[in-house]
Design a protein around this ligand. Structure first.
Ligand SMILES: [Zn+2]
Length: 518
């Protein structure tokens, strides 16, 4: 029994306090250990979202939800509701002989993937007769009064851009510091991400005239894989597709699309600046269509159960306690077990579910393990988009993503993170610290996202204006590596974090009004 509950018992708040205690004591290290050893065993092969092993993991969670007495949340037409909410994926096989048709004022030329151009990144490879725009080096630097995008409209167009930086007699024209930023491989990324794509272009074709990208056309590997699993839900959901499509071509490409144009940089490869003029290439378009050879539909499930609220009015408001169940593929033949990331969080969700089921709240508490987090927060985004529960009635999301280890730099204190958006930090600090008296024997560090490895499912909720945070171990060497094994989990810590999560869920589930925490 936790000391903080004693005064309540003595004061006669016995029923409530005893039930709270029943919930707390149902969260055990032994059960967490069982869940994590099951989910993070080698047999589960990393629980990649669209694999049979993931389906087994999801089934395991559903069976635990059922045993704990949670109600299935997903209606089925003409049948009983189920725990599984299926996200649509497809396993597609594409023809990798992708042809580009470049049309120059009506005259068509065909170019072949791998021999004439290569795909360097991105997956949006279908372009329907899009106009080309030549942007020179693609540099915009107000400090140098240099703007390659001046008066150009890139919206919906394909951009042709030179690798590297402007030179005269082999020497950079721009000051070293500016030049270095735009030069070499990373310089290209910088141009593509912060320059070209932000102006609405749909794809970039990079041309390397002088080897400055550090990547030779013949040596460069196309990132295209003919067989892949593609998410078929709303593209707005999740962050998939956020990599702009970037191609690499041989310099001869310029002679095709800038034939007869005195600004063709190929005419003066040693002094491109001689006739330098970024410009729309009027009448020049590119068409590309990837042929799908086979496509098999796959479903990967979120697992969703609820503990219905006990208050006739507040039961129509929701607190979501979730964590992602999926992890990543093997590396060099070694399974990435994802014991901390995120068998631990999934186990925590199951334990908190069991505890809340023993002690239901006024509000309905939704428990979920998400699919597709590692592929771009797909499962949580799909859940919110699906309208299974109205967004405006979801008052808070507690996300558990890694609750069983301690990140670099905190080894001594075993501190654990609560990571949230800046705007929630101050209010959450007080709220959580008040509930944490005596629950954890390590510090809880409440912070905005500087310790986050690129966000987790709570981001989906925050983006919709729903306050949320995630429990997070911090960065450690085994993250997304084969070493993330169940033997290395700090089980007392995972249990303490789950207990704290339970108390937070209980408080949020029962208070008169859930604050906005801003
Ligand atoms: Zn994770």
């Amino acid at each position: 029994m936790k000391p903080l509950l004693l005064p309540l018992l003595l004061l006669g708040g016995t029923l409530c306090a005893q039930q709270t205690d029943k919930g707390l004591s149902s969260i055990t290290e032994a059960e967490l250990r069982n869940h994590i050893f099951f989910l993070a065993s080698d047999y589960m092969n990393g629980r990649v979202s669209t694999t049979p092993e993931y389906a087994i993991a999801a089934n395991y969670v559903a069976s635990q939800f059922k045993a704990a007495g949670l109600q299935p949340a997903v209606p089925i037409e003409g049948g009983e509701p189920v725990y599984m909410q299926g996200l649509p994926f497809a396993r597609t096989v594409w023809n990798d002989k992708i042809l580009w048709t470049v049309s120059c004022n009506g005259k068509e030329t065909q170019l072949l993937h791998k021999s004439d151009y290569k795909i360097m990144q991105g997956s949006n490879l279908n372009h329907e007769n899009l106009q080309l725009v030549y942007v020179g080096y693609g540099i915009e630097d107000p400090g140098q009064k240099w703007n390659d995008f001046k008066d150009l409209d890139l919206t919906g167009k394909i951009v042709v851009c030179l690798s590297g930086t402007p030179r005269k007699n082999g020497e950079p024209v721009l000051p070293k510091e500016v030049n270095d930023r735009y030069n070499g491989r990373r310089g290209n990324s910088m141009k593509v991400f912060s320059g070209i794509m932000s102006k609405g272009a749909v794809a970039v074709i990079m041309v390397d005239l002088d080897g400055s990208s550090g990547q030779d056309f013949d040596q460069a590997n196309s990132t295209f894989t003919a067989e892949r699993t593609v998410y078929k839900g709303s593209q707005r959901a999740g962050r998939m597709g956020s990599f702009p499509t970037t191609y690499m071509v041989k310099p001869a490409f310029l002679d095709l699309v800038m034939a007869g144009n005195k600004n063709n940089p190929n005419l003066n490869p040693d002094n491109v600046l001689k006739n330098y003029k970024p410009q729309a290439l009027e009448g020049i378009t590119l068409n590309s269509k990837v042929e799908i050879l086979t496509e098999d539909v796959l479903l990967s499930n979120n697992v969703i159960g609820v503990v219905p609220g006990t208050d006739p009015v507040l039961k129509d408001e929701y607190i979501v306690v979730g964590g992602h169940l999926d992890h990543v593929r093997a590396q060099q033949g070694k399974v990435c077990n994802g014991a901390d990331d995120n068998a631990s969080g999934s186990a925590g969700v199951m334990e908190i579910a069991e505890a809340v089921a023993l002690n239901p709240c006024k509000r309905t508490v939704i428990f979920a393990t998400w699919s597709g987090e590692e592929m771009g927060l797909l499962g949580s985004a799909y859940f919110l988009e699906s309208g299974l529960f109205p967004k405006e009635k979801i008052k808070f999301n507690i996300n558990l993503d890694m609750i069983g280890r301690t990140g670099k730099g905190n080894e001594e204190t075993r501190a654990h993170y609560v990571v949230t958006d800046k705007k929630y930090v101050q209010e959450l600090k007080t709220f959580i610290n008040d509930l944490n008296k005596g629950v954890t024997d390590f510090p809880i560090l409440i912070d905005d996202d500087e310790h986050s490895p690129g966000g987790s499912d709570h981001m989906t909720f925050i983006q919709k204006g729903i306050p949320a945070f995630f429990f997070f171990s911090g960065i450690h060497a085994d993250l997304h590596n084969p070493g993330d094994d169940p033997e290395k989990i700090d089980y007392p810590k995972a249990a303490a974090v789950s207990k704290l999560g339970y108390l937070i869920a209980l408080k949020l589930g029962n208070m008169d009004v859930v604050p906005t925490f801003q």
